[in-house]
Design a protein. Structure first.
Lengths: 436, 404, 246
């Protein structure tokens, strides 16, 4: 019987193709717009490390100006001072911990013809790779002792390894970075968490860096850091003074496997801050924070406001398209009243008719959904073109989104079809059969 | 026939269709008005002048990797080289590029000491060629002299004795009397005295989303840094031709560095406002499509209702209604539905705006815009119903006597 | 097979109540051919609607094949219409977007026959009315008489025992009207009970029984006695192709 309804739907759609096209177009545009913005929001708000996003915590301490909070909402500063993060790292109280900052350096490849070029980099302690589940192609991480003894070791990205070594296993080779030689200990396989959660402060959707070196080298001024720096009071003359200043520019993550470890770590942080207060630092009330990955993404408003704004607008747009479809379906179904009366006379029950017309509505919905996918794809291409690199990797349809689009189209068209169908089925047969 | 009463009573009998159209109009109005409002706001942000001679400016990054490098001598050589190239108006080293999104900010305060109120200001470090290179308009005081320029080592935290501020910064320091800022001493980095030696009309900070974007200052510094930027002003029309020439000249003059990111300020502006531009284009598209969909919805429903009422219309025609009166009936019917729609829509638009303001840091709606939106939707409704109404008017009076 | 006792139908519109039928007593035997006449607005259509289970009477008793129809649910009545009743209308009421085959197919679908059985019945019925060769045509490509013959084929496809015709010749010229009437008479001869509403007194007189509805009351015009009928079960004997020459 369902096949019969499908055929009836097809005949009916064909009979009033202009109107049907209008409905399919309306649903298609609505779904397309909604899917475009939902996809962008979905990718922006994706969990970049679902396996352990609840065990990784971003650490914030409040060393800010006693006269003025770091943020208007009372949140502590977004980063830590060098002296605090290195102290927390040295204390080694968490299951794993990483201290890190963004850096940049000039890389001078071997060979006369090769020109030096600038690479993006990260100075981080050893646990970075294990904590953030960084996949390795060759070799692996350096270990804590390399941090402690400031060894000049480096982990390369796959693309940089391709460029420098033609993709072969380069572990043990040397590269000249910022004028010094570094030994390659590992090569990362392609890895691009979105959002790039481990450092939001320099752009949540930036590319993963090309080189990784031990954080401790920063103290030797071997490498130049280039992330954000915020100071609330003068740091004093010279690099040593800067490292000991109240300027925040490092990030500190810990891995805590359960609630107990989290509580213990908070206790430790409180003790640390109390200790520092005795030295005349941390004049503000204790305001230590441990935010897990998703909390931190939320706190840092990783989902751009424009993206959420567009999503609100597009969902309202979809609503208009659905109202349009309801109106047109209603008109169409009511114009079929004589046929509905006839079918009832010929033995169709209300349920038969309900199924028949809902099938028709569903067919229009599916057609609209398919068209919507095309529009969504076009929309995402448009978003890519309009926003450029900002949207790289954030405007791609995946299978889940395609499924959601179809489901949204079907559900919304069935909902839109419900009232017109109900109206159609309450037609009084006797009034429709008399010639008009 | 052209009385509203009968039309209104007829509408009541098929209220669902009318309500659906009215709701569509209402939603369209509320989206449209808010979208146009957002577009206006973004456009006015984009229209703010940076104060720079943007069309003729470009900049580049100079990254030094050689060891034991004499930064001071190299900078002097580079600037001499660039300024000597025909077609170049002027050039300076600078620490940050307006509109680029990356830069330095400091606080200026009237009194020295910790805990004093300070006003955030973007800092541009330039030499005595800075004002001419950027194309700024000096409205009070004087430019830096060669003797004012200090050499700033990489880890230095001290500040020079003089600074030039933007008019907006001067106004913030001395509300209502920006001119009085000239010659005054303020404090930077809490304790260091700086005398304001000049005021420029406009110079935007590097961050276009910052509420203090108009507050900036120039300080006479040349910096020791492994990553420095040169900004270069060319004679009108010669920028694109000179960009590769200067890049090559610099790269060849010294092999211990990389010249990269050669970028025009116009590109930087485009980049800076890319999301604004994108949002505006998307919103415009949304408004157009939305209006079209609503219009087609009105056409579709009107066609249906006319088809259903063919006999009735024929009868009216047989009873003496003119074609114009039939058309007027449907136009008036649409007018009534539109009225319902825009009333709901106006309320919804304000409601949506209040919600958006609370959620997304938008400004409240201007009422004139609402009026324009209401008129626009009335117009759309009347235009949309025009074709079906003409069809209705063309129905033959003979329809009345024919059984369909 | 059809029994109405003290049947009444009242329509309420606002504060006005209209008695469309009053105290109707009627019995129709298996194999009858009853014509119904009466002035406009007399209640003919209401009578037919109630007889065809399209409307429910307000009062009284209505038995169809011994079943009390007034107490049935909507879907039970749908089922009964499908199995026992065939309809023919003045304006044919063919579905414009369906071809002849699909139009005749409609009641068979609701009956739930398999594809083979449906095909057999459709072809047989269209053959019977002489339109088998035009199976794939749309109704708009046929003349009025042809359309009405398709409607008759559709009405008979489910082998109903009871055929209700509402002005079946009202939209046809007299020659076509004659041929449709002859077809109905043939069908009746095969054992199908027919109730036909008509304006045409000539046609009405060709029925075995004539009743008049006036002001909602039914009165018998033919005092003729019921001839004892040779009862044929219509489900046992299908309408044969013999009558196809209409």
């Amino acid at each position: 019987m369902f096949a019969y309804y499908l055929r009836l739907a097809w005949l009916s759609i064909r009979q009033s193709y202009g109107l049907s096209l209008l409905m399919v177009l309306a649903i298609g545009l609505g779904i397309g717009a909604a899917m475009t913005t939902v996809t962008v929001n979905y990718l922006m708000s994706a969990n970049p490390i679902p396996t352990k996003s609840e065990q990784l915590f971003y650490v914030q301490l409040d060393n800010w100006d006693p006269h003025e909070p770091a943020n208007d909402n009372g949140d502590p500063p977004d980063q830590l001072t060098y002296r605090d993060s290195t102290a927390l790292w040295a204390a080694n109280k968490a299951f794993r911990q990483v201290v890190q900052a963004q850096m940049t350096a000039v890389l001078e490849p071997e060979g006369k013809d090769s020109l030096p070029f600038q690479v993006s980099g990260r100075a981080n302690s050893a646990d970075f790779f294990a904590m953030f589940e960084v996949p390795f192609l060759f070799g692996g991480s350096w270990d804590r002792s390399a941090d402690e003894s400031m060894q000049q070791v480096v982990v390369l990205s796959q693309s940089l390894n391709d460029r420098l070594f033609g993709g072969r296993d380069s572990v043990g080779e040397k590269v000249k970075l910022a004028g010094d030689y570094y030994q390659v200990v590992g090569v990362i396989a392609n890895w691009q968490p979105r959002p790039r959660f481990y450092d939001i402060t320099t752009g949540a959707f930036n590319e993963v860096e090309e080189v990784f070196v031990p954080f401790s080298l920063i103290s030797q001024q071997k490498i130049s850091r280039n992330g954000n720096t915020n100071c609330w009071k003068p740091s004093g003359e010279g690099y040593e003074a800067f490292l000991n200043s109240e300027c925040v520019w490092t990030q500190f993550w810990v891995e805590l496997r359960n609630e107990q470890e989290k509580q213990d770590y908070l206790t430790f942080l409180n003790a640390y801050v109390s200790e520092q207060k005795k030295l005349g630092r941390f004049e503000r009330p204790v305001n230590n924070r441990l935010s897990d990955v998703m909390q931190w993404m939320e706190n840092q408003q990783v989902v751009a406001q424009d993206a959420s704004l567009m999503m609100v607008m597009s969902l309202m747009f979809l609503l208009v398209c659905l109202l349009n479809t309801i109106g047109l379906l209603l008109a169409k179904f009511l114009s079929k009243a004589p046929q509905i009366g006839l079918r009832q006379a010929l033995g169709a029950s209300r349920q038969d008719l309900f199924t028949q017309y809902l099938t028709e509505a569903g067919c229009i919905g599916i057609a609209g959904g398919l068209l919507g996918l095309v529009f969504a794809w076009l929309g995402l291409q448009g978003v890519q073109a309009l926003y450029g690199d900002e949207m790289k990797g954030l405007a791609e349809l995946d299978l889940a989104m395609v499924g959601l689009a179809m489901l949204l189209a079907l559900v919304s068209s069935l909902l839109a079809g419900l009232y017109p169908t109900w109206r159609a089925c309450t037609v009084q047969p006797s009034q429709q059969l008399k010639s008009q | 026939m052209f009385e509203l009463g009968p039309i209104f009573r007829a509408l009541l009998r098929q209220k669902v269709g009318a309500i659906l159209i009215a709701l569509q109009i209402a939603l369209t109005l509320s989206i449209m008005v808010n979208a146009i409002f957002m577009m206006q706001q973004r456009s006015s942000q984009m229209a703010r002048p940076s104060g720079l001679d943007e069309a003729n400016l470009f900049y580049l990054s100079n990254t030094v990797f050689g060891q034991n490098y004499n930064h001071e001598a190299a900078l002097a050589d580079d600037l001499r080289l660039i300024r000597g190239i025909p077609g170049v108006v002027n050039a300076t080293q600078i620490n940050a590029i307006p509109l680029s999104g990356g830069g330095w900010s400091m606080g200026l305060q009237h009194k020295a000491g910790e805990g004093e109120n300070s006003i955030g200001v973007a800092v541009y470090m330039v030499d005595d060629h800075g004002i001419n290179t950027l194309g700024l308009e000096l409205i009070a005081g004087e430019n830096f002299q060669l003797t004012d320029i200090e050499w700033r080592p990489a880890t230095s935290v001290s500040w020079p004795a003089r600074a030039i501020v933007s008019q907006a910064m001067a106004e913030s320091l001395y509300p209502g009397a920006y001119q009085s800022a000239l010659g005054k001493t303020v404090y930077i980095n809490q304790n260091e005295a700086v005398q304001i030696s000049g005021i420029v009309k406009t110079l935007q900070a590097p961050w276009n989303g910052w509420d203090g974007v108009e507050r900036s200052m120039l300080v006479p510094f040349q910096m020791e840094t492994r990553n420095s930027r040169y900004i270069i002003r060319t004679e009108p029309g010669r920028r694109d031709e000179l960009m590769p020439i200067i890049e090559k000249a610099l790269a060849e003059s010294d092999k211990n560095r990389i010249i990269r990111n050669v970028t025009s300020l116009e590109d930087t502006r485009e980049d800076s406002y890319r999301s604004h531009n994108a949002l505006n284009k998307i919103l415009l598209l949304v408004i157009v499509i939305l209006t079209l969909i609503t219009a087609f919805g009105i056409v579709g429903l009107a066609m249906f209702s006319i088809n259903r009422r063919r006999r009735q219309i024929g009868t009216r025609r047989a009873l003496g209604a003119t074609q114009l009166q039939v058309m007027r009936y449907f136009m008036l019917e649409n007018f009534l539905i539109s009225t319902l729609g825009v009333v709901i829509g106006a309320i919804a638009a304000v409601g949506l705006n209040i919600w958006l303001v609370s959620k997304f840091e938008l400004a409240p709606l201007e009422p004139q815009l609402l009026v324009v939106g209401v008129l626009a939707l009335y117009l759309v409704g009347q235009l949309a119903v025009f074709y079906p109404a003409r069809k209705a008017a063309a129905i033959s009076p003979a329809t009345a006597t024919r059984s369909v | 097979m059809l029994l109405m006792k003290q049947l009444g139908k009242v329509f309420h519109t606002g504060e006005v109540s209209t008695h469309a039928l009053r105290e109707v007593d009627l019995e129709v035997q298996e194999g009858d051919f009853v014509s119904v006449t009466g002035p406009s607005g007399s209640g003919k259509t209401t009578f037919l609607n109630i007889a065809g289970l399209l409307e429910v009477a307000s009062s009284g008793l209505f038995l169809l094949d011994g079943e009390n129809v007034n107490q049935q649910s909507d879907s039970q009545r749908s089922k009964m219409r499908n199995q026992k009743i065939g309809f023919i209308f003045q304006s044919f009421n063919l579905i414009p977007e369906l071809n002849l085959f699909d139009n005749v197919d409609v009641p068979l679908r609701y009956r739930g026959f398999d594809a083979k059985e449906r095909k057999r019945r459709i072809e047989q019925q269209l053959e019977l009315v002489g339109l088998a060769s035009r199976m794939k045509h749309l109704p708009s490509q046929l003349s009025g008489g042809q359309q009405q013959r398709v409607a008759i084929a559709r009405a008979l496809a489910t082998s109903p025992r009871f055929l209700l015709a509402d002005e079946p010749t009202g939209n046809l010229d007299s020659q076509m009207a004659q041929s449709v009437m002859a077809l109905l008479e043939d069908i009746n001869r095969q054992g199908t009970t027919i109730i036909m509403v008509t304006h045409d007194h000539g046609l009405a007189q060709r029925a075995k029984r004539q009743i008049l509805i006036k002001d909602g009351r039914v009165s018998e015009l033919t005092a003729t006695l019921h001839e004892p009928l040779h009862i044929v079960s219509p489900s046992a004997t299908e309408h044969s192709a013999k009558v196809a020459g209409v």
